[in-house]
Design a protein around this ligand. Structure first.
Ligand SMILES: Cc1cc2nc3c(=O)[nH]c(=O)nc-3n(C[C@H](O)[C@H](O)[C@H](O)COP(=O)(O)O)c2cc1C
Length: 369
C-alpha cells in the first residue's frame, strides 16, 4: 500500500542528510499532487476512515493535523489533503522572505526518534505564500481540510516592531487560510521567545487580533508556546492570551532540553544547537497540555503537539486535554502511513472506552468531559 512512499520517500530519507531528504520529499509530493490519478492513489493508500471532531468552530474529518514547519512554502496543500489530514498548519511565514540559518541545520537520530533543527524561519515570505495559497484555493473544490498559517517574525525586524511584521503577514494571508497561529516559541530566531513575556505578548496578540478583525473577522487566532516554560510563565501566557481573545493554543513547539545520550552518535546529535522534536518531547508537551486544560477548566481549545508517533501517543494528549493533535517528526521517521495508523487507532480507542465521539475523550484522564 505504501508503494509511493516506499518508492519516493523512504529511500531518500534513509540515505540523505535530513534537509535534503525533506526537500526531495516535498518535491515528490508537489509532482504527485498535480496529477489527479496519483492524488487518487495517495487517498487510496493513506487516507484513514473519518473520525469527526470539532475544535474552535470547525468540524474536522479527523483530529490529526500537520504541524508547522513541514510545508514552509504552503506548496503541498493538495497532497496533504489527499493524505487525509484533518487540518494543516503551513509556514512559519515572515513578512520578509528569508533563507534561514546556515546549513546543515536539521539533524535526525533514529535511536532517539528525534530531530534537532535550527532552520531559522527559512520561508518565501508571506506575500509569495499568499500567492501560492490563492492559486491552491482556486483549485480546491469543497475543501474539508482546514488550513492554519503559522506566523513568525522576520530576522531583520526587532522585537519592538514585531507586531507590524506579524500583522503584515496576517493581512496578506487572511483571505487564503482558515486561521492563524502566532508563533512566539521557535528557539531559532534570536529573541523570539521573549515575545512570550508579559507586555510584549499582550501587545503582539492585541495587534494581531485587531488586524484580523480589520481584515473581516471570523478567522481564529491561536498562540503557539514553548515547552520550556515554568508554571508561572504558563499562567501568564494563558491569562494574557485568553484576555486578548485568542481562540486557542498550540502546545508545544520544540524544546531546548536534551535527553541523556545513548551512545557516541547520540551524544554528537544532542550536542547540536536548536530545537528538539520527536519522542523525547512527548512527556513534557503532554504535561503542558494537562496544565493548560486544568487551568482553563477545559474551556480553551488546545492543539496538542510533541512526540506523537502512535495512536496511543495521540490518545494520551487528548485525554489530557488536547481537542486535536499534530505531528511532524513521526512523519519523517514513519512516512505517511502514520496518518492512518493514528486516526484509525484513535477510532479503536474510542470504541474500547465506550465513547461515541472524540470530543467526549478530551480531558478524560482529568475527570472532565
Ligand atoms: C524542521 C522543523 C521546522 C519547524 N518549523 C516550525 C515553524 O516554522 N513554526 C512552528 O511553530 N513550529 C515549527 N516546528 C515545530 C513543529 O511544528 C512541532 O511543534 C514540533 O516539531 C513538535 O512536534 P513533533 O514532535 O511531532 O515533531 C518545526 C519543527 C521542525 C522539526
Amino acid at each position: 500500500m505504501g508503494l509511493l512512499w516506499n518508492l519516493l520517500g523512504r529511500p531518500v530519507i534513509a540515505v540523505q542528510d535530513s534537509e535534503k531528504a525533506h526537500s526531495r520529499t516535498m518535491f515528490s509530493l508537489k509532482l504527485i499532487q498535480r496529477i489527479p490519478p496519483l492524488r487518487g492513489m495517495l487517498k487510496l493508500s493513506y487516507r484513514a476512515k473519518e473520525l469527526p471532531c470539532s475544535i474552535i468552530e470547525w468540524n474536522l474529518r479527523n483530529p490529526l493535523g500537520l504541524a508547522a514547519g513541514m510545508d514552509k512554502k504552503a506548496e503541498n496543500v493538495m497532497a496533504w489533503d489527499s493524505l487525509g489530514f484533518g487540518f494543516i498548519e503551513v509556514g512559519g511565514f515572515t513578512a520578509t522572505p528569508q533563507s534561514g540559518n546556515e546549513k546543515p541545520r536539521m539533524f535526525r537520530n533514529s535511536a532517539h526518534g528525534a530531530l534537532i533543527n535550527r532552520m531559522g524561519f527559512n520561508n518565501p515570505g508571506s506575500k509569495a505564500a499568499a500567492e501560492t495559497l490563492a492559486a491552491v484555493q482556486a483549485r480546491r473544490k469543497n475543501p474539508t481540510m482546514k488550513i492554519l498559517a503559522n506566523l513568525g517574525r522576520s530576522k531583520s525586524t526587532a522585537n519592538e516592531d514585531a507586531a507590524d511584521d506579524y500583522c503584515v503577514s496576517l493581512a496578506r494571508l487572511w483571505k487564503h487560510v482558515d486561521g492563524f497561529v502566532v508563533n512566539v516559541s521557535s528557539p531559532n530566531t534570536q529573541g523570539l521567545r521573549e515575545l512570550q513575556e508579559g507586555a510584549a505578548l499582550k501587545s503582539l496578540l492585541d495587534s494581531c487580533i485587531s488586524k484580523e478583525k480589520e481584515c473581516g473577522g471570523g478567522k481564529p487566532v491561536l498562540v503557539k508556546i514553548s515547552p520550556d516554560l515554568n508554571d508561572e510563565q504558563l499562567d501568564m501566557i494563558i491569562d494574557t492570551s485568553r484576555e486578548a481573545g485568542c481562540a486557542g493554543i498550540v502546545a508545544t513547539n520544540t524544546t531546548l532540553e536534551r535527553p541523556q545520550p545513548l551512545n557516541k552518535k547520540s551524544a554528537a546529535f544532542i550536542s547540536q544547537n536548536g530545537g528538539l522534536s520527536g519522542s523525547p518531547l512527548k512527556h513534557r508537551s503532554t504535561e503542558v497540555i494537562r496544565y493548560i486544560h486544568q487551568r482553563t477548566d477545559g474551556e480553551w481549545p488546545i492543539i496538542g503537539v510533541g512526540g506523537i508517533s502512535t495512536a496511543s501517543d495521540a490518545w494520551e494528549k487528548i485525554i489530557n486535554g488536547a481537542s486535536s493533535v499534530q505531528i511532524y517528526s513521526s512523519l519523517v521517521f514513519k512516512g505517511p502511513g502514520v496518518i492512518k495508523e493514528i486516526v484509525n487507532g484513535l477510532t479503536r480507542k474510542l470504541k474500547e472506552n465506550g465513547l461515541q465521539s472524540l470530543n467526549e475523550a478530551v480531558g478524560l484522564a482529568l475527570g472532565e468531559e
